[in-house]
Each structure stands twice: as C-alpha cells, then as structure tokens.
Design a protein around this ligand. Structure first.
Ligand code: ADP
Ligand code: SR1
Ligand code: MG
Ligand code: MG
Length: 450
C-alpha cells in the first residue's frame, strides 16, 4: 500500500507503512534474512491529550510512530486542530536534538502528508515524569538535566546567540504554528478566567474558587500581560485596547507593559508529562507547540507542574506525613532547577559574548559592571515571567479543560479539592505578586506557607 494521501493509521496499517519506508525497514532490519519482519508487533500507547502513538517492535529494534489527526484526541472530532502540528514537532525535535542530543529522542523520519513522526523509543525503565512524581520516586539528576536542556535550547535560539537576521529567519520557520498558539491562548490565558463550555473543576467544592477567578480584575490584567508576551503583536494591541475599555485607570501602566516576545525557540508544552525519566536519564518529548516565544513559558511550565505535584502529595497518601521527605525533594528540585538554569544560562552568555549575538553592544560586554547589570536585569525579568507563566499553567490545570493526573488520581473529591485549592491560591498570589520576589528560595518559603 502506498501512502500518497493522508490516511489515519491503525495497528495494522502501521506495519504496512513501516514496510513502505526504506529508512524504517532498514532500522527494523525487515529486508534481512531471518524472522524479524514476521515478528513485528504494534501497540497504540498514546496517553497524551492530542495524538496517537504506536510502538512498533521486533527482535531487531523498537520505533515510536506518532501521528496527528485533524482534531484533539481527548475531546474528539468536535474540536478540530490542524494536523500540521506534526511538522512543527519534527522541526523542533531536530533543532532541540541538535542542541541537546542527550535529552531529546532522535528523529528517524517525518512524513508531512501523513502528519507522522518516527522517533527513538525510550525504553523502560523510562516513565513519564508525572507518573514518577505520583508514585513518589526521586530523580537525583532531574534538576541538573532539565536545567541543561532549558538553558541550552533557550540560549542558543535567542538573540544573545543569533544575529538579528538569523533570528528573524528562525522565527519565520516556526511562525506557522499559529493554530497551536491560538489553542494555548484560549485554554491557558482566556478560558479559566471566563465562562467556557470546556471548563470544569472539582464541583461543588471549588465552585466559589472558580467564580472568584472570573471576577478578579487584577488577576485578569496580569494574565492579559502574560498573554500578550506569549502571542504575536497584532493580537496584543487588540487585547490591550479591549482591556483598556474595561479598566480605564490602568491605561498608562498597561500601554508601557504590552509587548510580544519572540525570545527563543520554546518547547511550548513543557509540563511533567512531556518529560520521560529514569534515575540516570531525562528526555524531553512532545514539542508540537514549539515556536519563538517567551522563555519563561517553558521554565514556568516545568516549575508550575512540579508545584502541582507538590500540592497533590497529601491527597495521594492516607497520612500526609508519608510524603514529607518527598515533598522536600520536590521543593529542592524547584530550587535547584531555577538556580542551575540561571548558572548554565549565564555561563553560556559569558562564553559566547563575542559571538554573533547582536542584542547588546560590545561596550556593554567590555565593562564588567555594566555586563553584570545587563545580565541581572535580563535574569530578573525572566524569573518574574517564569513565575507568572508557571502560575497560569497551574490555574488552567485546576479550572480549565485539561486537568492533571496528579490531582485526578485523588479519588476522594473533598481531599482533591483541598489540595487543588492550596495550589490555586499559591498560583493566584504568584500571578499578582510575582515581581515582589527576588529569588527562588523565597518562592519555596511561600509554597511551605500554603
Ligand atoms: P501527545 O502529543 O498526545 O501528548 P506524547 O508525545 O506526549 O503525545 O506521547 C504520548 C505518550 O506516548 C507519552 O506519554 C509516552 O507514554 C509515549 N511516548 C511518546 N514518545 C515516546 C518515546 N519516544 N518513547 C517512549 N514512549 C513515548
Ligand atoms: C484540550 S487542551 C489539551 C492540552 O494538552 C496538551 O498537552 C496541551 O497542554 C494542551 O493545552
Ligand atoms: Mg504529551
Ligand atoms: Mg502533545
């Protein structure tokens, strides 16, 4: 069978597909003498929200085949979403794999007609990090690895490394991923703060909390500022004018803060289900939301999801004390991730300050005091962005369309709501007061108080 037009694959047709592609046949040694071809097994293992994932194996090798259909898997055909997302995922896997090969599965093959990616299978004991966090497993290298992944992918795709022309070329390569950005604008930055048919929460316990979000104008202002950093300029201008008609007294403040940020190639969905781990290995998967956006969106996604895991712990065990040491480990990981990210990122900046990056004049780098000031300012703004985006990601997972297994696996609804409320209150505080925090240690202290 030739796959000349888009065809939805199933466990049977995946085998036909693999046989029709030389690169995959060769990986699986299908043309060799012996019984590898006959023993090919296929299993659909997708447990994510959007796509279908097949594990194809035989005695020679195992390959992951990920296909995007023109809708959202966890909702169904009633919510269309372009299948072109596979193209951006393939490009991002390639780019991130080039920058941090030890933390990204190798891309074997991409078929734009079939919206299909073939990549390296991450074998057991790799599991999805979120599942490891629910099971109470510690990963001693996680902070170091994820900080390395984020510092390198973000620095090497930023204007601190790129010339302005290269940067614009790169931005253009990913700007077509606008449908996925639009989706995020809706489910992360808009719906949790308004009535939406997709929103849900642990009702009736969190009914007043969800309603309070919809009436909190200051929170809506903060989320609008972050949304405008996330999305392209024409939208942010529009958003600003809409907002201004409602909150006139904030005109001056608002117009000085609104700006779009094509800061770096971001993963775009870096929650704890986009990371697969063993105690020795950390692998980042699923970058289908990748585009040139604000760095803080990735850092915040990761930190915010660790915080969700922290607040879920008390609901996952009978006695809160049972996970005391584990909760401490999560907090250490939050702190280490930011601190190591900071250290790695600034080290890359120092190392490449005489490179092609044009964001700062050589005069800035030639004066140690000014250079230090420039770096301090940059990193402080990034820290505050990360806190804001992290808070937004926490809120959307409690009252928005897509929730997280950390809380969903707490069967007692009253207990679940109590854990979710603490996370929600922390997130609201972070969103409003993020610029008052000077370092990650203060955030950890604040988390302890909830
Ligand atoms: P979605 O975009 O639908 O969220 P993911 O890329 O997150 O899809 O993949 C869904 C699931 O498939 C993951 O949670 C993981 O269990 C499995 N998976 C995806 N990629 C790999 C891989 N390279 N190796 C092993 N398992 C994988
Ligand atoms: C219907 S929202 C589905 C969510 O899953 C993905 O992983 C993204 O986070 C998206 O927002
Ligand atoms: Mg996923
Ligand atoms: Mg995905």
């Amino acid at each position: 069978m030739a796959f000349l037009e888009f065809t939805r694959l199933d466990e049977r047709s995946v085998i036909e597909y693999v046989k029709s592609v030389a690169a995959l046949s060769s990986l699986l040694k299908l043309d060799d003498e012996g019984d590898a071809a006959e023993k090919l097994t296929v299993k659909e293992i997708g447990d994510g929200n959007l796509n279908f994932v097949f594990l194809v194996s035989n005695s020679a090798h195992s390959v992951i085949m990920k296909q995007s259909l023109p809708y959202i898997r966890c909702i169904g055909e009633s919510w269309p979403l372009t299948k072109d997302r596979a193209y951006f995922e393939a490009m991002a896997l390639e780019e991130q794999g080039r920058i941090t090969p030890h933390h990204v599965p190798q891309l074997y093959h991409f078929d734009p007609t079939m919206s299909l990616i073939a990549m390296r299978y991450l074998p057991p004991p790799h599991i999805i990090l979120r599942k490891g966090l629910i099971a109470g497993i510690q990963y001693p290298l996680l902070a170091r690895h994820i900080a390395h992944f984020m510092a390198n992918t973000l620095f090497f795709t930023s204007l601190l490394f790129h010339s302005t022309l290269d940067h614009k070329r790169q931005v253009a390569k990913f700007c077509g991923n606008s449908a996925l950005c639009k989706h995020t604008e809706q489910v992360v930055f808009s719906d949790p703060y308004q009535i939406s048919q997709y929103n849900h929460w642990t009702s009736p316990y969190l009914d007043p909390d969800a309603e309070a979000l919809r009436h909190d104008n200051l929170l809506k202002l903060e989320i609008a500022i972050l949304k405008s950093k996330y999305m392209p300029f024409p939208h942010s201008t529009l958003l600003c004018s809409v907002l201004l008609t409602h909150i006139n007294f904030l005109i001056v403040f608002c117009s000085s803060r609104f700006s779009e940020q094509a800061q770096a190639l971001i993963h775009g969905d870096l929650h704890t289900s986009s990371v697969m781990v063993t105690p020795e290995s950390t692998q980042v998967i699923d970058p289908e939301f990748a585009f040139y956006g604000p760095m803080g969106y990735d850092i915040g996604a990761f930190l915010g999801n660790l915080m969700l895991a922290f607040f879920a712990q008390d609901g996952l065990v009978d006695q809160p004390d049972h996970r005391k040491a584990y909760k401490e480990w999560i907090l250490e990981t939050v702190e280490d991730t930011w601190n190591l990210f900071y250290k790695n990122f600034v080290a890359l900046w120092d190392e490449h300050r005489n490179g092609a990056g044009e964001a700062y004049l050589p005069a800035v780098y030639n004066n140690p005091e000014v250079q230090l000031l420039a770096q301090k300012r940059y990193m402080t703004e990034l820290f505050h962005d990360s806190l804001g985006f992290g808070a937004a990601k926490m809120i959307r997972r409690i009252v928005g369309v897509a929730h997280v297994e950390d809380f969903e696996s707490i069967t007692d609804a009253a207990k679940r709501a109590s854990c979710e409320r603490k996370a929600l209150n922390l997130a609201k505080m972070l969103l409003k007061d993020r610029t008052k925090f000077e370092g990650i240690a203060q955030i950890v202290s604040a988390i302890r108080q909830f």
